[in-house]
Design a protein around this ligand. Structure first.
Ligand code: GRF
Length: 227
C-alpha cells in the first residue's frame, strides 16, 4: 500500500505500510526488520512481546518503537489474551502482522481476524521440521541442506502458504548433545544470516503489493520478481 490512485487519476500521497511485530525472545529478527526496512515506506507501528523479559523489547525501545507485553502469565485465557493483542494492533491500524520469533500458537479467532495478513519466519524448509526446535530437529535428522521459510499463517502449525524459502548447505557437525555452546551458536548464526535477509525481503514484497494468492489455488503464492 505504498501509493494509491485516486478516482480521476490524481495520485494520492504515499501511504506508509504499517506492520506490527510479535516476538518472544532475543529479537534478532525484529532488529533485522528495524535495520532492513529503514529506507522503505514501511513503519513498525508496534511491537508485542509475549514475555516481559524478552531482549527484543529492549531492542524495540532502543529504536523508539511502541511496545506492549501480553503474557499468558498475566492473562492465562488465550482467547482473551489474543483478543487484547488483536485490539492493540487494530488500534494502530496495522496492515501486516509479522511473527518474528513469536513462540506461541495464536488462537483461530485471532488468525481469522486478520485473513492473509499474518506472516511467520520458520528456521526450516517447510513442510519439514514444523513446530518447536526446528533447527535441532534438522540437526538431529542429519540433513545436509537446511533452510528458512517465510509463510502466511493459517490455523495449523507452520502450515500456511509459503512466500519465500532459502536453502543452504550445513557443514558437518557432531551429535547435537555433544556440541559445545560455541558450536551450536556457529550453526545458529548460519540460520540467522538467512532469516535476517529473508524476513525484511518478504515484508517489502508484501508492502509493494507483489505477493498474491493464486486465485485457482490459494495454497500457491505468486511473488512478482524484481524489475
Ligand atoms: C528464529 O530462529 C525464528 O525463526 C524462530 O525463533 C527464532 C527467534 O529468534 N521462530 P529471534 O528472537 O528473532 O532472535
Amino acid at each position: 500500500m505504498s501509493s494509491a490512485q485516486a478516482p480521476g487519476g490524481a495520485r494520492c500521497a504515499a501511504r506508509i505500510f504499517r506492520i506490527g511485530v510479535l516476538i518472544s525472545g532475543k529479537g534478532s529478527n525484529l532488529q533485522a526488520l528495524i535495520d532492513g526496512l529503514a529506507d522503505a515506506p514501511i513503519e513498525i507501528a508496534g511491537v508485542v512481546s509475549s514475555r516481559p523479559d524478552a531482549r527484543g523489547v529492549e531492542r524495540a525501545q532502543a529504536a523508539g518503537l511502541e511496545t506492549a507485553v501480553f503474557s499468558l502469565a498475566d492473562e492465562p485465557d488465550r482467547e482473551r489474551r489474543d483478543d487484547a493483542v488483536a485490539r492493540w494492533l487494530e488500534e494502530r491500524e496495522i496492515d501486516l502482522i509479522v511473527l518474528a520469533g513469536f513462540m506461541e500458537l495464536l488462537t483461530p479467532s485471532f488468525i481469522r481476524r486478520f485473513p492473509g495478513r499474518i506472516v511467520n519466519i520458520h528456521p526450516a524448509l517447510l513442510p519439514a521440521f514444523a513446530g518447536l526446535r526446528a533447527m535441532a530437529q534438522a540437526l538431529e535428522y542429519g540433513v545436509r541442506i537446511a533452510g528458512v521459510t517465510v509463510h502466511f499463517v493459517d490455523e495449523g502449525m507452520d502450515s500456511g502458504p509459503i512466500i519465500l524459502q532459502e536453502a543452504f548447505e550445513l557443514p558437518y557437525h557432531r551429535d547435537i548433545d555433544a556440541m559445545s555452546e560455541g558450536e551450536i551458536e556457529a550453526i545458529e548464526k548460519l540460520f540467522h544470516e538467512v532469516e535476517h535477509r529473508l524476513l525484511p525481503k518478504a515484508v517489502r514484497l508484501i508492502a509493494a503489493g507483489r505477493v498474491s494468492a493464486d486465485p485457482d489455488n490459494p495454497r500457491l503464492v505468486r511473488v512478482e520478481p524484481d524489475g
